[in-house]
Design a protein around this ligand. Sequence first.
Ligand code: SF4
Ligand code: MG
Length: 320
Amino acid sequence: AQALLEVKNLKKYFPIKGGVLGRTIGQVKAVDDVSFAVYPGEVLGLVGESGCGKSTTGRSILRLIEPTEGQVYFEGTEITSLNEQSLRKLRRDMQIVFQDPYASLNPRHTIEKILAEPLIVHGVGSVKERRRKVHEMLEVVGLNSFHAKRYPHQFSGGQRQRIGIARALTVHPKLIVADEPVSALDVSIQSQVLNLMQDLQREFQLTYIFIAHDLSVVKHISDRVGVMYLGRLIELADKDQLYEQPKHPYTKALLSSVPSVDPDEKKDRIVLKGDVPSPASPPPGCAFHTRCPDCMEICKIERPEFKQTSDGHSVACHLY
Ligand code: SF4
Ligand code: MG
């Protein structure tokens, strides 16, 4: 199948300013040479600890921030070089659901106004049609049309995230980047919102890039899962392969800390030494080498290429 989205050698570097003159004294390689594809109708989970570059990757794809280098193809069109006007049409097809349902809804606007905004921006429908659409979307996400006149503060966190999801859906996008959509919610609410997102994905044949910091969150919803570390994509595979036969030592460590549902299953927890190094000065060679239990001499010098090892399984590690 043709990819819906193709990301090639994506980089996003942020300058570090310092000194009395505020000169650029370094850079943070937030996203460092990341490549992957997303196919129509699939859910790609993107996982890593905070600061690994997963949100920056998502935002660079949507051009909410400008990538430093690399290409992003949406349905075959390279979009990083498009000007804002040419990008407009495509923006409708690519929506985002934000992590924080408190900060992402304008507190002074009614829900109706918030949900109608993307429709207005893209010139969809008359006032009456937009109102109908807003009411329909509220029902779709499990709220009621009478909620339309209320304000964000009158809702719980879970309800607000439903509103955030409805807002992304009003324009019938093809791709949704969901940036840790349940991380800010109570654990008891998380699975409700996850289930809703999964139902909607099927109902509207959506494609998701689903970002999370925890492998257990994306396990159920994802078809494939990618793992990031210090700005790099280090492993990407079909879900079952990744969870059952992880290859990268970092993925293995992450998985070993996910609590098992099977009490008979013995898992030895792999405890990594040290903390994640600063993305302002990532280690040379393999960025994971300072913490890797399998580190070899070559790992300290040469950056491992991200390459396919077997059908659908890609990994960046000198062991393979
Ligand atoms: Fe560990 Fe080397 Fe593989 Fe990096 S390349 S994950 S240091 S074995
Ligand atoms: Mg983030």
